[in-house]
Design a protein around this ligand. Structure first.
Ligand SMILES: *Cc1c(COP(=O)(O)O)cnc(C)c1O
Length: 385
C-alpha cells in the first residue's frame, strides 16, 4: 500500500537523536529551547513554545487566550477534530464555519455572515481558529479585519502549514493572528515523532503557555505570590499540565528543520506533476491562491461524480484495492456523534457537505517519487472508469 503521507528521516536526523540519547538531558535540556529558536526565526515570530503534540499546543493557546466556560470558539467545518476539541477542553463550546469550495478553507463570506447573525443574537465567538487546510494559507488579512470589527482573537491551526507563505511571508509569523500552532506528527511537513509548537509575538501569551505547559509551576520570583521559603522554593500559580516536549524529539525537530524548504519544494514539484498527470480525468485538482504558497501537506482532489458514474465510495474502495492508501480529510467535525450531541453547526454547512461527498486525498510525501505517482494516477483512471 502506498501511504497517503510518510516521514522522511535522514542519517543526520538519526545522529541528532542518538547524540541526545548519549547526553545528560533527555528532557528539559538545551534541545527544546534550541528548536524553539529555530522555528521562531524561520517563521519570523518573536516567541515559540514547544509542546508534546499539536493538540497540546492548541489547548495551551486556547487557555492563554482566556477561553473558558461560557465562551464560544469557531473553527472550520472541515478540519481534524483537535481544532475544535481544544475549545471543549477549556469548558467552552465549539461551532463551525462553512468552507470556501475552491480552497476548502474557512470561507470569509460565511464567517462574515455568521458573525452578523451571532452579533444580533449576542453570541459572538471569543476565538476563531482558521485552519490552513492541506497547507494552503487562509485569507488571514480578511479574517484579521473581521477580528478587529467583532472583537475576537485569532488562533491559526497551522498544523499542515509549516513552510507555507502568505503574501510573501512565512505562516507562523502571526502578523494577522495572536498565536499559530504547528503539528509535527509523522505525516506532517516536518516531524518530531509527536510534537507541536505555538508561535506568537506577544510575550505575555508566550509566558502563559510556558507556565501551563509545565503544571502551572514557576521558579521565577517575579511570578510568585509570596517571598521564597528558601532556594528550593517554587510555586504553582495555575492549574497546568505536563505538555513538555522531550529533548529527543526536539533534536529530531531541529534536524528536520534544516530540510523544511527542501521538503516543501519536493511536495510542490509532485503536486505540479499530479496536476499534469490528472488532466483529462474527471476530477477537480487543487486550486491555489495567487497570493500564497502552500506547504502541500495534503493533495486533495474532488471527484466529478456526475461524469464518473461510480460512487465516491466505489472509487475509494477501488483505490484501496489497488494498494493506494487514499484517505478522506476530513469528515465535517459537526457530523461526529460527540459534536452532534452538542448541537454544533445549527445553521448548516452546505459546502462542507458537498466537499465530504467528493473529496479524496492522494498520496503525497517527499519520497513518493514519479513512478509511484504514475501508479496512483493509473489506479485512479481505472477506478473512475
Ligand atoms: C495533526 C493535526 C492536529 C493535531 O496535531 P497532533 O500533533 O497530532 O496533536 C490539529 N489540527 C489539524 C488540522 C491537524 O491536521
Amino acid at each position: 500500500m502506498i501511504p497517503y503521507g510518510r516521514q522522511a528521516i535522514s542519517e543526520a536526523d538519526i545522529e541528532a537523536v542518538v547524540r541526545v540519547l548519549r547526553s545528560d538531558w533527555l528532557t528539559q535540556g538545551p534541545e527544546v529551547p534550541a528548536f524553539e529558536k529555530t522555528v521562531a526565526e524561520y517563521c519570523g515570530a518573536r516567541h515559540a513554545v514547544a509542546a508534546n503534540s499539536g493538540t497540546s499546543a492548541l489547548h495551551l493557546a486556547c487557555l492563554a487566550l482566556g477561553v473558558g466556560p461560557g465562551d464560544v470558539v469557531w473553527t472550520s467545518a472541515i478540519t481534524f477534530a483537535a481544532s475544535a476539541n481544544c475549545a471543549l477542553y477549556c469548558g467552552a463550546r465549539a461551532d463551525f464555519v462553512d468552507i470556501d469550495p475552491r480552497t476548502f478553507n474557512m470561507s470569509v463570506d460565511a464567517l462574515a455572515a455568521k458573525l452578523e447573525r451571532a452579533e444580533a443574537a449576542g453570541e459572538l465567538p471569543k476565538v476563531v481558529i482558521p485552519v490552513h487546510l492541506c497547507g494552503q494559507p487562509c485569507e488571514m488579512e480578511a479574517i484579521h479585519a473581521l477580528g478587529r470589527k467583532y472583537g475576537f482573537r485569532i488562533l491559526e491551526d497551522a498544523s499542515h502549514a509549516i513552510g507555507a507563505r502568505y503574501r510573501g511571508a512565512p505562516i507562523g509569523n502571526c502578523r494577522y493572528s495572536d498565536i499559530a500552532v504547528f503539528s509535527f506528527h509523522p505525516v506532517k511537513v516536518i516531524t518530531t515523532g509527536e510534537g507541536g509548537m505555538a508561535t506568537t509575538n506577544d510575550p505575555a501569551l508566550a509566558k502563559r503557555m510556558q507556565l501551563l505547559r509545565t503544571h502551572g509551576i514557576t521558579r521565577d520570583a517575579e511570578d510568585m505570590t509570596r517571598p521564597p521559603d528558601g532556594p528550593w522554593y517554587y510555586e504553582q500559580v495555575a492549574l497546568g499540565f505536563n505538555y513538555r516536549m522531550t529533548d529527543v524529539h526536539a533534536a529530531l525537530g531541529s534536524s528536520q528543520m534544516r530540510r523544511v524548504d527542501e521538503f516543501v519544494a519536493a511536495r510542490r514539484r509532485m503536486a505540479a506533476r499530479y496536476g499534469d498527470l490528472l488532466s483529462g480525468l474527471p476530477v477537480q485538482t487543487p486550486w491555489q491562491r495567487p497570493d500564497a504558497a502552500s506547504a502541500w501537506h495534503l493533495y486533495v482532489i474532488r471527484l466529478k461524480l456526475q461524469e464518473i458514474g461510480r460512487s465516491h465510495r466505489d472509487v475509494f474502495e477501488a483505490m484501496r484495492k489497488a494498494e493506494v492508501g487514499v484517505n478522506l480529510h476530513y469528515i465535517p467535525v459537526y457530523r461526529q456523534p460527540y459534536y452532534a450531541t452538542l448541537g454544533a453547526c445549527g445553521d448548516g454547512c452546505p459546502e462542507a457537505e458537498r466537499y465530504y461527498r467528493e473529496a479524496l486525498t492522494l498520496p503525497l510525501f517527499p519520497e513518493l517519487g514519479q513512478e509511484r505517482q504514475e501508479a496512483v494516477v493509473k489506479a485512479l483512471r481505472g477506478a473512475c472508469s
